[in-house]
Ligand binder design. Sequence first.
Ligand SMILES: [Zn+2]
Length: 290
Amino acid sequence: MSLRTILYGYEVKNGQYLVFESEAKVVRDIFADYIGGKSLKAIAAELTAQGIIYYLDKSVWTKNLISRIIANPKYAGADGYPAIISLTDFELANKRKSDMGGTQTELPEITTLIKSKLVCSCCGQNMGRRNKWRSREKWLCPSGCKVDAYLGDREIFTALLIILNRVRNNPELLRLNTSNIEYSPSMEVIRQNKEIERVKEQTGVEFGVLSKMILKCVEHKYECCPLDRGRAMTEALMDKYRNLPIITELDVTLIRETVQKIAVNRDGTLTVTFINHAEVTNIETEDKTA
Ligand SMILES: [Zn+2]
């Protein structure tokens, strides 16, 4: 296998480096795409899909190859190379790269799942996860609501384990006081009703379109009636937890199927909302003996 000795984007003529335009265009696109927010992986996949040749018959682009191109200052004119991109673009791209933690390591599935469910209890926004904060990761609210405790993966995972085991030991925690729950249309239902009324008044509306809208609205209305549906779900949920062995590890499937969201409270404790809307925290004191 022969390796490329001349930097991609250039050719040598009479002992001088010159811009090789067809390749230089690819380099400019790579920088523009990366600054624009595309991932290294996505850029590599696109170039490969387009069949762009890297060298001789080599047309498979990898994340590492793209990463090396972005990190190479010669493209901005260093070491006597004619510049292909501006210094500003070079700096923008490399700033993004270091913000991403240099290497774009993908988070484990469980962390990604928890990230999608973890919200700040003060403002409701999804919690952010900073990869490196004094050598450890740190979870924080993007709007700046402060929690007292340091929250790394370990703190979040441990608190979650405690909550799931509390529920497992005492499934009654999932039981809701349903006496005061009644039908109240959600904002979405109200919006859809208005939309249906508006469409009905128009002339020449296709029946299929209207009936689809009505069905969708019924579906949403159904979701606003937590009474029976909620009760059945609660029973199923309680059964599930009752039959689990002690939970020693966070399980992707269990969390995906039973947890709706995880709120971080101001004091650093967590409140898990289960899919039946029951809420359980990791503070032990309120445990009722079943
Ligand atoms: Zn917040």
